[in-house]
Design a protein around this ligand. Structure first.
Ligand SMILES: NC(=O)c1ccc[n+]([C@@H]2O[C@H](COP(=O)([O-])OP(=O)(O)OC[C@H]3O[C@@H](n4cnc5c(N)ncnc54)[C@H](O)[C@@H]3O)[C@@H](O)[C@H]2O)c1
Length: 254
């Protein structure tokens, strides 16, 4: 009962971008288990995530929306409002990483990473923030950053990714201050290495260098991010605003 008051999301409506697989899928299921109704925004459909949520007794819809295309995001948000009548939580999770040295990577690849990881989160946060402001909703936006926004990974070169995630952390702080008077909170989470399609497909020779650098000697499981997002989305964190919550097995602690 007390935990429900603090962390329960009953009656809340949450958008999860990039929720068709990986961290987005696991967190979407976790938010649904905590009581939220879920709208997945993805480029190719997220029927599997919806089915998994429904199997657990939750409610979810899958909407086609590329996070970098404003008109698609706006149309999907309209559908969320039609179907669920509110918008309280955003987990701004969609992202990509390109492992290439700065000289080898093309400017087009730089733009692609910045467009999805930074501008995409800005577009979704902006569209959701507008709805929250218009309707007087004291919502919570959780932006996906990364420990790469605070440190530089070794040995894989990914300057575009690192720069995009550092910018997400400061975008989150900027929106937290800008929207504080509306009661809208904006925080980021910064995971370390998490075992998902994005990181599992990484060449073994890179991972052989990572592992000894992780103090807990393992990658994280997507499940280990669910509590962090529920905390930031729920009443438990009403005074947590503009924060970056690092969940990295102590990687950045030394
Ligand atoms: N896996 C890790 O180690 C790790 C660590 C720190 C942060 N992250 C971040 O977590 C987020 C999720 O990563 P993941 O590991 O689950 O990767 P993933 O590749 O499994 O999932 C990313 C999802 O985002 C979707 N996506 C990409 N571009 C999109 C767009 N323009 N519009 C809508 N959806 C789009 C993809 O289709 C995919 O479903 C990313 O932002 C990533 O940078 C991951």
């Amino acid at each position: 009962m007390y935990l429900d008051e603090l962390f329960g999301l009953n009656g809340k409506v949450a958008i999860v971008t990039g929720g068709g697989r990986g961290i987005g899928q696991t967190v979407a299921i976790g938010l649904a288990k905590a009581g939220a109704k879920i709208a997945i925004f993805s480029r190719t459909g997220a029927d599997k995530t919806v089915a998994l949520i429904e199997k657990e007794g939750g409610e979810a819809i899958s909407l086609l929306a590329d996070a970098t295309i404003e008109s698609e995001v706006d149309a999907a948000i309209e559908k969320v409002l039609e179907r669920f009548g509110s918008l309280d939580i955003v987990f701004n999770n969609a992202g990509i990483c390109i492992h290439k040295g700065t000289v080898e990577a093309s400017i087009e690849e730089w733009r692609q990473v910045i467009d999805i990881n930074l501008t995409g989160e800005y577009i979704v946060a902006r569209a959701a923030g507008r709805v929250m402001i218009e309707r007087g909703i004291k919502g919570s936006i959780v932006n996906m950053a990364s420990m790469s926004g605070s440190i530089v990974n070794l040995p894989q070169w990914q300057a575009s990714y690192n720069a995009s995630k550092a910018a997400v952390i400061h975008l989150s702080r900027s929106l937290a201050v800008e929207w504080a008077d509306y009661g809208i909170r904006v925080n980021s989470i910064s995971p370390g290495y998490i075992a998902t399609p994005m990181s599992v497909d990484t060449p073994q020779e890179l991972k052989d260098v990572w592992m000894p650098l992780i103090p807990v000697h393992r990658m994280g499981d997507p499940e280990e991010l669910v509590g962090a997002v529920i905390y930031l989305a729920s009443s438990a964190s009403t005074y947590t605003n503009g924060a970056d919550l690092i969940v990295d097995g102590a990687y950045t602690a030394f």
